[in-house]
Ligand binder design. Sequence first.
Ligand SMILES: *[C@@H]1O[C@H](CO)[C@@H](O)[C@H](O)[C@H]1NC(C)=O
Ligand SMILES: *[C@@H]1O[C@H](CO)[C@@H](O)[C@H](O)[C@H]1NC(C)=O
Length: 395
Amino acid sequence: MRFATLFCVLFLLLRFGSFVESIIVPVDFLALQAIRKSLDDLPGSNFFDSWDFTADPCSFAGVYCDGDKVTALNLGDSRAGSPGLSGRIDPAIGKLSALTELSIVPGRIMGSLPHTISQSKNLRFLAISRNFLSGEIPASLGELRELKTLDLSYNQLTGSIPPSVGSLPGLSNLILCHNHLNGSLPQFLSQTLTRIDLKRNNLTGVISPTSLPPSLQYLSLAWNQLTGPVNRVLLRLNQLNYLDLSLNRFTGAIPGQVFTFPITNLQLQRNFFYGAIQPANQVTIPTVDLSYNRFSGELSPLLSNVQNLYLNNNRFSGQVPVSFVDRLLAANIQTLYLQHNFFTGIQISPAADIPVSSSLCLQYNCMVLPVQTPCPVKAGSQKTRPTTQCNEWRG
Ligand SMILES: *[C@@H]1O[C@H](CO)[C@@H](O)[C@H](O)[C@H]1NC(C)=O
Ligand SMILES: *[C@@H]1O[C@H](CO)[C@@H](O)[C@H](O)[C@H]1NC(C)=O
């Protein structure tokens, strides 16, 4: 049967070959036909209109060739608002031996990513985001030694991240956020890995201190169920410019050095972190969220240059340094959330003119509120923490 089809194709190619500029190898031709058969335009999308197999496939929308082989497939109309494609990814995708790039626009692609994809040994870029891919990530992806970007975010993938994917030697971007992945974080071996986004999965376990390379610039592990300390992991990652560990079950301390990394957004909220926050230098990170943890100790004045500082729902104590009030009144601080701590005072005049662009919340601390400021609804209506709690805290 296979041979019969191949023969037909060869015959057609020989017969009509002279009419078209370039002709791709029969294997690629057949693979494209199989891929086309298992996919369709969603209503409103006209992507496949140009896929007429009596013409040269290299002229089809989204098909790129080098000589007689397909090197890139960008499936679906990439214009914003296009409805995308439906169907499945045919295992014949693996037959495209020169393929370096495969992407599919957001749509309704179902089923699993065929493990045969590992036969496209030159694949460098694989991005199928915002579809309905299910099943597990094939461990055979580890055979794609050239793979630099793997983006399967916003799908329905289950199972764990194969250790073989962590071992890919040239991996730069791993984006698997918004799936149902479980199990633990693999060891990442690529020394050129810059971006890991695994937020909104079901990952568990601890992160071994050497599992993430120092080349990382973007790390999001938010909304998982990861546990254990991260202080030793973080100390190695001094090139981070984005760090989101929020909504996990991490414990332990956060080293002061982390606050001097070139980070623009530091999200550590809703974990079980504890200990004092002692930045090594003046902190210039625009947004720092440490809320809903168990941090304690006095508030370091080195944090007063942060524009949005969320320290609420911790165990901070002592006086709020005057530098925070100065920065707030000068409209240099936009958000200063100090509610639900054990702070004992803040030097601010009851007549102080807090800029309208700034939010200060002081509710539920161990002080009588010197100023009335609007707090988020979640802060509750109690202005001051009960004295018994404050006395217990002071021992
Ligand atoms: C995580 O796992 C729990 C229990 O197995 C399940 O109820 C929940 O939907 C899962 N969440 C995600 C994002 O997959
Ligand atoms: C991960 O989820 C699968 C079901 O999708 C389950 O069979 C497996 O036991 C889970 N593994 C872990 C480590 O939780």
